[in-house]
Ligand binder design. Structure first.
Ligand code: GDP
Ligand code: MG
Length: 685
């Protein structure tokens, strides 16, 4: 039997490079980003220290201190106490004192610690005196740079040597009142908190237990004693003592080399100039989404039509061929066409995250957020909602308060996720072709949709915070990381990972939905016209088949509800599919305009078919007004099973997902109604 693999946890303040180090040591590619709150899930992987020793390395979400108010924060502390054999604290060498606060807390709890002094590549002048640091804290300190890989070998050696080291608690001298409190609390601690860590745990309890905390497993006697002894000043006295210790004993930090970052920030954070930069960047991004992706989209379109042409030639004529060509290749192909654009979007988001720009954007928005009653921290998950709501909903785990978390979760799905991109692009390409005067109309509309959804999300948060989720606002400023040169490899990797999620969704959810809709559209089957019938007869048969199919009947059934929004029953069919996943709209429309038709390589792209579609009276079905109404519907409606499932998982019940579904969908209907009816009144219809 091989000995059990020792567990080593990576801990540290947010944004100190834990995940970067984790990836380096374990050759994984967990997500790195230059803003706090990226890692929400624990990830673990094997790491080889040398020929004979392997450890299990655990990347935990960052934290500033061990003080806890909620069960989630408490779990983090408990994991540290009973789990790992060693804790490697990643410390940002450019911000020593604040980072060492956490090390101090761990040392007081007698947790065996190794300090990895990260980001030494950003220091100038003489390197920090690690021996002095090490002596003060009584823990090994290893200078490293996770970015340049300097010092990593040394770190592994020190980890190996520290694995079996027992550690004595660090004892600070607290003011007399606090010492009295500690003496009174220690005998009341539960058994699992005794031993060398008992003084540290008494301090923890004194700071964490409060009138309205939601901690679990605190014995009643302990809770009563804490509440009885605690004064308004005890927290402050403890914190002040710790900082006084650090200030007095830590060698003065080396100077930091970041002149550029500071100069850039004076522009990026400027209330006016910063906002201008933000708008220009966004516009440039959306413009390049269209212009750069275009050639690639053409390539994918070409490949899909070659493939379906091949299938037509190889497979015998019949239902099976229809299924393969229309359902599988056509349906999924219509969605995959958007892969280039989605990859580009992820690439830009990745660059902005990795460079630290996202954190600046969040800061610009901070004042707005506060005014609307959202917690400052909410912006990070909301920004990740631009990629996909599912991880964004999970990212709300960094928020301690239930109310803040729920509020953020309820508005995240309003952010423009990448699944909306195919729908927007299709409609914009069909209805707003490039203009001769060169105005980037498509990019402007796209950006307007993003701005619109963000604005609605913020206002919705304000309304929900005043009604369903009433509560006080708790200010919390997100700390600003320095601007850094993004690491292209990790950006590309992130882009590919997210792209893969999109592809696998196209291969599963979207494929299944498309096939189901194909069946609904193909049955009941009308007898086909004889081969060689006149074209008009074939077209009439096609129309009849579509209208009489189960899906057609469904579309007709919901027509009274959607007609006031400007949608016909064919769009209704698309909307039904889209409630599973938004992209299904695109593949369904492909089916609606393809099923029963001649299957050949020559059929024009979907956007041209949409643009050519006519109402019975001969007017175009897809007017710009209908297109806007439809896009606004997609911006607001809750059309994503995966998001609802994620919200159910995170909230542990059906209440919040049900609420989410109905409020968003009602909002979508009302907005689309107002836009379409209003537009018609103004004569734009
Ligand atoms: P975490 O929040 O602690 O997991 O931190 P991340 O690993 O996500 O890294 C935060 C940011 O710091 C990213 O932009 C990294 O590229 C950057 N970073 C990480 N390690 C180093 C380092 O050693 N030197 C420098 N200059 N930057 C680093
Ligand atoms: Mg991380």
């Amino acid at each position: 039997m091989s000995p059990p693999v020792p567990l080593v946890a990576l801990l540290g303040n947010p944004n100190t490079g834990k995940t970067t180090l984790f990836n380096r040591l374990t050759s994984s590619n967990a997500r790195v980003g230059n803003y706090p709150g990226i890692t929400v899930d624990r990830t673990s992987a094997r790491c080889r220290l040398d020929a004979s020793q392997v450890i299990e390395l655990l990347d935990v979400p960052g934290c500033y201190s061990l003080t806890a108010r909620s069960p989630e924060e408490q779990i983090a502390v408990q994991t540290l106490l009973d789990g790992p054999q060693l804790v490697v604290v990643v410390v940002d060498a450019t911000n020593l004192i604040r980072n060492l606060y956490l090390v101090l807390q761990l040392a007081e709890l007698a947790v065996p610690v190794v300090v990895a002094l990260n980001m030494i590549d950003e220091l100038t002048g003489s390197p920090p005196d690690t021996d002095a640091l090490s002596a003060v804290l009584a823990v090994p300190v290893v200078p490293i740079s996770a970015r340049t890989k300097a010092g990593l070998g040394g770190l592994l050696k020190v980890i190996k040597h520290s694995l079996d080291r027992a550690s004595a608690p660090l004892m600070l001298d607290y003011p007399a009142e606090i010492e009295e409190d500690l003496a009174a609390l220690m005998p009341l601690l539960p058994d699992r908190w005794r031993g060398p860590k008992k003084r540290g745990m008494a301090l923890w309890a004194l700071m964490s237990v409060e009138e309205d905390d939601t901690l679990t497993g605190i014995p009643d006697a302990l809770r009563a004693a804490v509440l009885d002894r605690q004064t308004a000043d005890s927290d402050e006295a403890i914190i002040a003592t710790r900082y006084a210790f650090l200030d007095a004993s830590i060698p003065s930090p080396a100077s930091v080399r970041r002149p550029l970052s500071d100069r850039i920030d004076s522009v990026l954070l400027h209330p006016v100039a910063g906002f201008g930069v933000f708008v220009v960047l966004m516009l440039a991004m959306f413009q390049s989404l269209f212009s750069w992706a275009d050639p690639m989209i053409g390539l994918v379109e070409g490949a899909v039509s070659v493939l379906s042409g091949l299938a037509v030639r190889v497979l015998p004529e019949g239902l099976l061929t229809d299924l393969v060509v229309e359902g599988v290749i056509g349906g999924v192909g219509n969605v995959i066409v958007f892969l280039p654009q989605i990859l580009l979007l992820f690439f830009f988001i990745g660059l902005m995250e990795d460079s630290g720009y996202m954190a600046r954007a969040a800061h610009l928005m901070d004042r707005v957020m506060k005014a609307l009653g959202l917690q400052g921290r909410a912006f990070v998950p909301m920004l990740s909602g631009f990629a996909c709501a599912v991880p964004a909903v999970m990212a709300t785990r960094t928020m301690a308060r239930h109310r803040d978390r729920m509020l953020t979760m309820m508005v995240i799905p309003l952010m423009t996720c990448s699944a909306r991109l195919p729908v927007y692009t299709l409609l914009i390409a069909a209805l707003f072709p490039p203009r001769e005067d060169g105005m980037p109309l498509a990019a402007l509309i796209m950006m307007a949709l993003y701005v619109f959804s963000t604005a609605v999300a913020l206002v919705a948060a304000w309304v929900l915070g005043k009604t369903v989720l009433r509560g006080q606002h708790e200010p919390l400023l997100m700390e600003l990381p320095p601007m850094r040169l993004p690491t292209p490899i990790s950006t590309l990797r992130l882009m590919w990972q997210r792209g893969r999620v999109f592809l696998s969704e196209a291969g599963s959810v979207i494929l299944i939905c498309t096939l189901a809709l194909w069946a609904l559209l193909s049955f009941p089957q009308l007898p086909e016209p004889a081969a060689g019938s006149p074209e008009a007869e074939v077209a009439a048969w096609q129309a009849e088949q579509l209208e009489g199919s189960y899906a057609g009947q469904l579309g007709h059934a919901i027509e009274p509800v959607i007609a006031p929004l400007g949608f016909d029953w064919k769009m209704g069919v698309g909307l039904i599919g889209a409630f599973a996943a938004r992209e299904v709209f695109v593949s369904t429309m492909g089916l609606v305009y393809g099923v029963g038709g001649e299957v050949d390589e020559e059929s024009p792209p979907l956007r041209e078919k949409l643009a050519a579609e006519r109402r019975p009276d001969g007017s175009p079905t897809y007017t710009p007004l209908v297109g806007i109404s439809l896009m606004v519907f997609f911006a607001l409606a809750c059309q994503c099973m995966s998001t609802l499932a994620a919200v159910k998982r995170e909230t542990g019940g059906y209440r919040w997902p049900t609420f989410l579904f109905f409020y968003m969908t009602a909002l979508a209907w009302v907005f689309s109604f107002a836009i379409y009816q209003g537009g018609q009144l103004m004569g734009w219809g």
